[in-house]
Structure formats: structure tokens, C-alpha cells
Design a protein around this ligand. Structure first.
Ligand code: NAP
Length: 433
């Protein structure tokens, strides 16, 4: 009798857990339960549409999905179609691999104004995530502020800045392309509350901002230190050196022929979103970095804009019955064990940090713990799952079903593009009818 494991979520951390269980050679029956019809989590809905190479990791996940011990149940929402405690009853182990789908809040006045759109929503919108299909951001604006100095902030700024030609070989959704490329946007401000030394974006992503067809990166040389400060670890020091060199390089670039500008605005902490019902600007405070922390200087300035994208990190969504750490936005766990036979991996376990590969360690660790701690209790696993879903009239999507949706998206692609994404669940299911 195999060990029955349910993995909730089909993104990188879920599929690395599947791979680790399969690699162990233990007799397992693994069911991957996913809220959307489409698998792969942030690979589809988070990774930028112009970073197609990064998305290629899906091939490794597909290898696991096609293993005979594994089944995919898409379009099944835990908490709506089936409860966590039901999964706990019918499986030997349940792994939460649900990521951090929500936006962390700035916590400043005016944040609820129309035109303030968190990066989880904005990225989900341009990437065709069904939850954000109806977002319709008003891009009839001349300036936007992106808050944060991480890779997500860079992604948002870059997608707003690139020309239609630069987005040809991408899977940017049609509706987002239409809105972005019709926008009169010329000025994008990327505001970091700390300095260039503390910025979290990686160098490949930063360098790209100097190679855009229509957009000139604007850096104030006075904000760049002459050298990397003492006390950084080797890895941090190397990243910092490369980033400073890249930013210095930006100050020598010509703006000629580039109608758009991306302003790197360091030492700038937003304190208020300005405007009436709609955002009209952001009030920011100049900061100084003391002992690694941003400290206000009491000097304020304002930037006029019609869109604010806080890209300040993501936040997990609590599950009923599962203890949640409000401050961290993660589930409460002890080295990955949440409670009973429930484990957590990925961002819902450790918070929204690290690259795709960082999740591999989580998957390996969770698989090792499950195999060590859980025994085969003669649970009914997928037999009961299918019975319960059938009784509740849930239409689940199998992996072969997903491949049909995938093939249809690929067949519909514009010349040069990898696919034309469906962004509504009913459109995806219609492919199967
Ligand atoms: P991140 O790397 O943690 O960056 C968050 C940024 O928001 C930081 O600059 C942070 O500043 C700032 N911030 C946080 N709270 C703030 C506040 N209240 N007010 C103003 N600024 C605030 O997060 P992320 O960009 O969302 O990325 C998440 C993870 O995904 C990262 O590990 C990232 O590398 C990864 N990712 C990678 C890629 C890629 O490899 N191409 C693409 C996208 C995402 P402080 O530093 O001062 O806290």
C-alpha cells in the first residue's frame, strides 16, 4: 500500500516536493491539488512574460506530473471544494505549497485610493491570472510610481517600459499589451526606502534597464557611494559591486531618442498617497541609512503620478483551521511541520524570498520528514478525493486536460509569441468541452 500524499498547490515548491518523494524511491501515491485549471503557480502567473527562459523549468515539473504515481487535480480549491481536515483524514500527509498570493500593505494614508495596485495584483493582471482579469488599471497616465527595490519592482517597471516590439516574443496577455502600449506613460519612478547598496534587485535584472529601446534609466550620481561599504558578506559584496557599477554606467548613457524615463529614486520612503478618490501623487520622505535601517530626515517631496504599484513583498493567505502568523504572513510551523500530518513548503512556510530553485531545499526537506514521520495508515487517498469532488459537482482538470489547454494556447499564439494565454477559467474549461 503506497503512502498517500496530497500536495496543495502546483508551483515550484509543490512540484519540488513531488520530485523529492519520487526520487526517494518510496512507494507513494501523490495527488497535486491546484485551485486554477493551469499548473505551475508563479512560473505561469508570476515570472515576467519577457523572461521565457526562466519559465522553462516547467519541463522538470512536467516530468513529475507524468509519473504514474502522480495525479493532477486542477480547478479544485481547498477550503471551497474540500476542507483541509478532510484531506488530513483521507491522506497520510498533506503539504501546503500555496505560496504568498496577497500583497503586503504599505500601511500609509491614502493606500486605498483607486490607482494604487499592489504588485501581486498588477503582475497577476498582466500575466493572465484569472483572479486579476477584471483589474483594468487606468493607464491613461503620464507617470507611475513603483515602490520597492526588488526584482518584482523591476519586473513591473520593465513591463510598463518596453515597446510592443520588445514584447513580441512574450506571453504578455492581449488585454494588458493593449492597455500598456496605448498608455501615454513617460515617467516611471522606482522608489527605494534605502540606498543602492541595500537594493534587492539582482544584477541581470538591473542591467536590462539600461538596454531598453524606449526607456532611459535616470540615476542621480550623488546617491551612489564611491565604494562598497565594509562589513558585507562576500556574496552581498559582489552583488553590490556589480549593481553600483551598473548604476554608474547608467549615468553615462544618452537619453537621446528615448521618450520614456525610469528614475531610480533611492533614500525615498513613501509616507502618504495623495489625491481624492483617485491617486494623484505620492508624498515621500528623504531617508538616511543608519545601521542598515532607513531613517527619516524630515525632508519631504512629492511626485505626481496616476498609478502607484507597491512592490514591497507578498503575503500569505490564511487557511481556516491552520494556525497563521499574521506578522510574517506565513503558516505557523515547526521546521515545516504545521500540525498533525500537515506540512508546509515554499513561501507559505518561509515567506516570499529567494529564487525558484530555493524551493528545492524545502521540497527535499518536507519529503524527508514525511517519509520519516508518517506511516501508511491505509488511507483512501485519491479514491475518496474523487468521490467527494464528484458528490460536490466539482469539475476537476487532469494533467492531460491541462495539456489540451496548453496546446490550444500555443496554437493561438501570435507570430513570434510562445502562446496566447487564457485568463478566464471558463475559457480554459471551454477548451475541454
Ligand atoms: P524583495 O526582494 O523582498 O523586495 C522588496 C522591496 O520592497 C525591498 O526593496 C524593500 O525594501 C521594499 N519594502 C518593503 N517594505 C517596504 C515598505 N513598507 N515601504 C517601502 N519599501 C518597502 O521582494 P520582491 O521584489 O517582491 O521579490 C520576492 C522574491 O522573488 C525575491 O526573492 C526576488 O528576488 C524573487 N524574484 C526574482 C525574480 C528574478 O529572478 N528575475 C523576479 C521576481 C521576483 P527594504 O530592503 O528596505 O526592506
Amino acid at each position: 500500500m503506497p503512502l498517500k500524499v496530497a500536495i496543495v498547490g502546483s508551483g515550484p515548491s509543490g512540484f519540488y516536493t513531488v520530485a523529492a518523494l519520487l526520487k526517494s524511491g518510496a512507494d507513494c501515491q501523490i495527488d497535486v491539488i491546484e485551485r486554477l485549471p493551469t499548473p505551475f503557480g508563479l512560473i505561469r502567473g508570476g515570472v515576467a512574460p519577457d523572461h521565457q527562459k526562466t519559465k522553462n523549468v516547467w519541463r522538470a515539473y512536467e516530468k513529475s506530473a507524468l509519473n504514474e504515481a502522480v495525479r493532477y487535480y486542477g480547478n479544485v480549491e481547498v477550503g471551497r471544494d474540500i476542507a483541509i481536515d478532510e484531506l488530513q483524514d483521507i491522506y497520510d500527509a498533506v503539504v501546503l505549497a500555496v505560496g504568498s498570493p496577497l500583497d503586503r500593505k504599505l500601511g500609509i494614508p491614502g493606500e486605498d485610493k483607486e490607482g494604487v495596485i499592489g504588485s501581486a495584483s498588477f503582475v497577476g493582471w498582466y500575466n493572465g491570472h484569472p483572479d486579476f482579469r477584471g483589474l483594468n488599471p487606468d493607464l491613461n497616465i503620464s507617470a507611475a510610481v513603483v515602490v520597492g527595490n526588488g526584482n518584482v519592482a523591476i519586473d513591473c517597471a520593465r513591463v510598463l517600459a518596453k515597446t510592443p516590439e520588445e514584447m513580441t516574443a512574450t506571453d504578455l496577455t492581449d488585454y494588458a499589451a493593449a492597455a500598456i502600449h496605448a498608455s501615454p506613460l513617460t515617467d516611471i519612478y522606482m522608489c527605494g526606502r534605502r540606498g543602492p547598496v541595500q537594493a534587492k534587485f539582482t544584477n541581470v535584472e538591473l542591467r536590462e534597464m539600461g538596454q531598453l529601446t524606449d526607456c532611459h534609466p535616470v540615476v542621480d550620481p550623488a546617491q551612489l557611494p564611491d565604494s562598497v561599504p565594509e562589513g558585507l558578506e562576500d556574496r552581498e559584496r559582489r552583488l553590490c559591486e556589480r549593481n553600483l557599477e551598473t548604476l554608474r554606467g547608467f549615468t553615462t548613457l544618452s537619453a537621446e531618442g528615448k521618450p520614456k524615463r525610469l528614475y531610480f529614486s533611492f533614500f525615498a520612503n513613501p509616507v502618504e498617497i495623495l489625491g481624492g478618490d483617485r491617486v494623484e501623487g505620492v508624498k515621500l520622505e528623504h531617508t538616511a541609512v543608519e545601521n542598515g535601517r532607513a531613517v527619516g530626515t524630515g525632508n519631504f517631496f512629492e511626485v505626481s503620478c496616476g498609478l502607484v504599484i507597491p512592490a514591497i513583498g507578498y503575503y500569505g493567505e490564511p487557511f481556516p483551521g491552520v494556525p497563521f502568523d499574521e506578522r510574517g504572513g506565513i503558516v505557523v510551523h515547526n521546521d515545516g511541520l504545521v500540525q498533525g500530518n500537515v506540512y508546509a513548503v515554499g513561501w507559505i512556510k518561509r515567506g516570499p524570498t529567494g529564487v525558484i530553485g530555493t524551493n528545492k531545499h524545502d521540497g527535499d526537506h518536507a519529503a524527508a520528514r514525511i517519509l520519516d514521520e508518517q506511516s501508511n495508515d491505509d488511507k483512501s487517498g485519491r479514491l475518496s478525493l474523487e468521490t467527494l469532488l464528484g458528490e460536490r459537482g466539482v469539475r476537476w482538470v487532469t494533467y492531460p486536460d491541462w495539456k489540451k489547454i496548453d496546446e490550444s494556447e500555443i496554437a493561438n499564439a501570435s507570430p513570434g509569441a510562445p502562446r496566447r494565454k487564457y485568463s478566464e477559467i471558463k475559457e480554459m474549461l471551454a477548451v475541454l468541452d
